[in-house]
Design a protein around this ligand. Structure first.
Ligand code: SAM
Ligand code: SF4
Length: 496
């Protein structure tokens, strides 16, 4: 039997914080960020200055904190329109018209922490606690990979000895090993991203060796006073710096793809946006690798969690749109994840602001995919979700807007991660490989999982893409057609 108290005591290694600080100081300077925000409150932006900043974004340069503060000032509708246009152009330049889809898979809801905003917090007695065993994980993956057709997951864990690194490692191996016969081929998860509590370097090395996709840890709030308020100091999560440097440890451990994020609604959104950019700049400076993805979840209602109704920082839809625009412009190379926490109509609009990844057929109750629940069970969930569209429906809606869904997972499997992908993204060259892989993998998905309606509109997009590849890349076109035909004849998992 694991002693939870002992386990908690040994989680944080001071040296794995201190070695990254600059003479004892961390990279979030609260006073300076507050001064930028106050300044933004007082002055109107100069349109010429804003256009100069937009040109930097278009050149795929990371913006300075001062530039971000300028963008925050903008409220003029015409300038906002210009920002939207540039955001969209950046998305097309770096990621083309591709959207990557994934599903979250919650592995357990036991947690030793007491985050005021989370339904899984330890002192929330109404939650039904459970950790999936190996067989249950397989059952979930059979539905996700064999019925819905997902190729990518983000697996989510509470912080608890029952879901420690050994459990995480075992669960990842289990997921990768599930292979399900489907219509014309087989279904399999090919990339597993991990959202878990901050880890020690030696634990991260274990995950690196298994072959994970992105390792995500959200700082929740970068504002130290708010952080201490929402994360009680007698919990592991109460240690701000242990969390702040979790991406440093991941990169040091050789996990190249890291994902940062803030939970919007805990403190002033402007503070969080500037801090997320500060985080990206710090990682670029120290490791030459910025965040592979940025997430910007908004607080959602959770069972027996009154904090959510009490916070005065809840973000309006208009501010949320600005958050996404500014992040797109400020960290132009990064992937941007918009989750099903948000309602369908809003997601349909926001996708044009430079989003690159969306989840679909989302269920966040423990065991909810194989339980086949058609409703949400709040007492098993971390929070309530807003967009319940199936993957087939989302893909169809995206196709109607001209987006191709990519199931490509080649990136980490052929070394296009970390600093090598940074160069490709900044130069717009990643788009070339990815376009080819998007077409091949989308065809595969249509054959194996699509409804008739989605297949029809999907094929229209594919034909348009093929014509473009023929025109823009005549040398490689015959090879693409060869792969395409092989997929139609039943081969699977081909990529460039
Ligand atoms: N337990 C780990 C941790 O806290 O880092 C990882 C998983 S946690 C289940 C995933 C994320 O969900 C958190 O980092 C937080 O940003 C988000 N979250 C927690 N409560 C939420 C709520 N009420 N509404 C929206 N997102 C929430
Ligand atoms: Fe636990 Fe994560 Fe929820 Fe905090 S946010 S209570 S650490 S599951």
């Amino acid at each position: 039997m694991i002693n939870v108290v002992e386990w908690v005591k040994n989680r944080i290694i001071d040296d794995e914080i201190e070695r990254y600080t600059d003479n004892g100081r961390d990279f979030i300077n609260d006073d300076y960020i507050e001064s930028l925000i106050n300044n933004a409150n007082n002055k109107k932006p100069d349109p010429k200055k804003i256009r100069d900043i937009l040109n930097k974004s278009l050149a795929i340069q990371t913006l300075s904190l001062e530039d971000v503060a300028e963008l925050i000032k903008v409220s003029d509708p015409d300038l906002i329109e210009e920002m939207k246009e540039v955001a969209h152009k950046i998305k097309l330049k770096v990621y083309d018209n591709r959207i990557v889809t994934f599903a979250p898979l919650y592995m357990g809801n036991l947690c030793v922490n007491n985050c005021l905003y989370c339904g899984f917090r330890d002192d929330n007695s109404i939650i039904k606690r459970r950790v999936l065993n190996i067989k249950e994980i397989e059952d979930e993956v059979k539905v996700l990979a064999g019925e819905i057709g997902h190729k990518r997951l983000i697996v989510v864990y509470g912080e608890h000895p029952s879901t420690d690194v050994n459990y995480i490692a075992k669960s990842l191996e289990t997921i990768y090993n599930v292979k399900v016969k489907v219509r014309n081929g087989w279904g399999q998860i090919r990339r597993v991203n991990v959202n878990a509590a901050p880890m020690q370097i030696k634990e991260l090395e274990v995950l690196r060796d298994i072959g994970i996709g992105t390792f995500q840890v959200f700082q929740e709030t970068y504002h130290k006073k708010t952080y201490s308020y929402v994360h009680p100091s007698n919990t592991i999560k109460g240690n701000y710096l242990w969390r702040l440097y979790s991406m440093h440890r991941a990169l040091e451990a050789g996990i190249d793809d890291v994902g940062i994020g803030a939970l919007f609604g805990l403190y002033d959104w402007r503070f969080e946006v500037i801090s997320l950019v500060a985080h990206a700049i710090e990682l670029e400076k120290k490791f030459g690798i910025g965040p592979h993805t940025v997430s910007f979840p908004r607080l959602e209602p959770a069972a027996n969690t009154p904090f959510i109704q009490e916070t005065r920082y809840r973000v309006s839809d208009d501010d949320f749109k600005k958050i996404i625009l500014i992040l797109r412009l400020a960290i132009p190379y990064t992937g941007m994840i918009l989750t099903a926490r948000e309602p369908k109509e809003l997601r349909n609009e926001l996708v044009d602001y430079g989003i690159t990844q969306m989840d679909a057929s989302t269920k966040i109750g423990i065991g909810a995919y194989s339980d086949r629940l058609t409703y949400q069970e709040l007492e098993k969930q971390q929070f309530e979700i807003g967009d319940t569209r199936t993957l087939d429906e989302l893909i169809r809606d995206l196709a109607k807007k001209g987006y191709i869904t990519s199931f490509c997972t080649a990136g980490y499997r052929c070394g296009r991660t970390g600093s090598s992908i940074m160069d490709l993204l900044r130069s717009g060259k990643e788009g070339v490989f990815c376009k080819l892989n998007a077409v091949i993998t989308f065809r595969e998905w249509l054959l194996d999982f699509a409804s008739k309606e989605t297949e029809e509109i999907g094929l229209e997009i594919i034909n348009k893409e093929l014509r473009e590849i023929e025109k823009r890349m005549p040398d490689i076109y015959p090879k693409v057609i060869e792969y395409y035909k092989r997929i139609e004849n039943g081969e699977r998992d081909l990529y460039f």
